[in-house]
Design a protein around this ligand. Structure first.
Ligand SMILES: Nc1ncnc2c1ncn2[C@@H]1O[C@H](COP(=O)(O)OP(=O)(O)O)[C@@H](O)[C@H]1O
Ligand SMILES: [Mg+2]
Length: 229
């Protein structure tokens, strides 16, 4: 089996009732690549991300991660894969508001049964790295949008995932705050060699990526020229 790409979708179909969200989408993501997935609202970007990440099971054809079929794995195995190998950042941080920033970052490690002391020792430097050491003991519900998104980023990276999936990670932020979050995301990914699948409809955000694809009507177009029209 080819191991040229770290992550692949091959002719993926996925419907929600009568809505055919994906109609034969194929994507190849190289190791350590930062790939932007662009396209209009409703074109299937988030569905594609969820399929690549093993959250949704496609109706048809394959998702391959590191040479392994993901779409045929059991629910339990896919949960394990997501927990161990993938990190996620969504438009709204989806932090636990009652917990502190530091607790939120440590949480995935604790859920993966990392001893408490080690989990916190691993989480703290990430807050520092993302410029949030002053906010470690703040309840995350009290943070600004940009601060919360940086905590979400720290939480997504703390277990050193192989792939970071980001769905409109700056969609709820103003331009300047969004640029700050994107700079932190891209720098961290490059330093750690983490592969990134970045869904955005914002060309300024996509400009941070190594390469972009465009999703239209549930299909992925890989060449910029075919994206026009
Ligand atoms: N959970 C869902 N239930 C029903 N329809 C959905 C669901 N998720 C997405 N869709 C539909 O699938 C299509 C693609 O959605 P989505 O992948 O979210 O697009 P995008 O992220 O590009 O805006 C849309 O028509 C959307 O309404
Ligand atoms: Mg979406």
């Amino acid at each position: 089996m080819s191991t040229e790409f770290l992550l692949e979708a091959r002719d993926v179909h996925r419907a929600f009732g009568a809505t055919r969200a994906l109609r034969g989408a194929s994507v190849e993501v190289a190791r350590s690549e930062i790939l932007a997935v662009m396209g209009p609202s409703g074109s299937g970007k988030s569905t594609l991300l969820h399929c690549l990440a093993g959250i949704y099971r496609p109706d048809q054809e394959e998702i391959i991660f590191d040479g392994t079929r993901v779409d045929t794995l059991s629910e339990a195995k896919r949960t394990e894969l997501r927990r161990d190998a993938f990190g996620f950042v969504f438009q709204f941080g989806q932090l636990v508001p009652e917990l502190t920033a530091l607790d939120n970052v440590a949480l995935p490690l604790l859920l993966a049964k990392t001893p408490r002391k080690q989990a916190y020792a691993q989480a703290a430097p990430w807050l520092e790295r993302l410029g949030l050491d002053d906010h470690a003991t703040h309840r995350s519900g009290e943070l600004s949008g940009g601060q919360a998104q940086r905590v979400a980023l720290a939480r997504a990276l703390v277990h050193r995932p192989r792939v970071l999936f980001a769905d409109e990670p700056t969609g709820a932020l103003d331009t300047l705050t969004g640029e700050n979050v994107m700079n932190l995301l891209v720098n961290a990914a490059r330093e750690e060699g983490i592969t990134v699948v970045l869904v955005t409809h914002d060309a300024r955000v996509a400009a941070y990526a190594d390469r972009e694809i465009v999703v239209r009507d549930g299909r992925a177009l890989t060449t910029p020229s075919s994206a026009v029209a």
